[in-house]
Design a protein around this ligand. Sequence first.
Ligand code: AMP
Ligand code: ZN
Length: 119
Amino acid sequence: MNDPNCIFCKIASGEIPAKKLYEDDDVFAFHDIRPQAAVHFLIVPKEHLPSLYDAGMSQLRPLGKMLALAGELARKEGAADGFRAIINTGRVGHQEVYHLHMHVLGGPEPLGPMLQRRK
Ligand code: AMP
Ligand code: ZN
């Protein structure tokens, strides 16, 4: 089920350390190693799915939990005034780690526009 070469599988198993802020049987959350906002953590299913393209109706539990936990964890981490949830997917989505994950980014400072506008 898990990929021995995958960095997020290694974090899930404890082989690689991370600052975990939540864990249950289906998902876990930890601080991004290169934070891009005052609050920046990742919510990740324990099962190795390369990307959102590979998720389907059989993953409703972890997928639901990723959304259901975002607000609660964002508030706990200090993003009480809003946040953004992002799932980069595939080459066009600029995905770097091919184990599905959702970024949660929050203030206190506003994050700016969602994408840079092209001229
Ligand atoms: P992306 O695949 O582009 O959505 O982003 C992958 C994210 O994983 C980046 O923001 C990295 O900073 C983060 N990341 C990579 N390795 C680690 C690690 N060992 N611990 C925490 N975050 C990581
Ligand atoms: Zn993995």
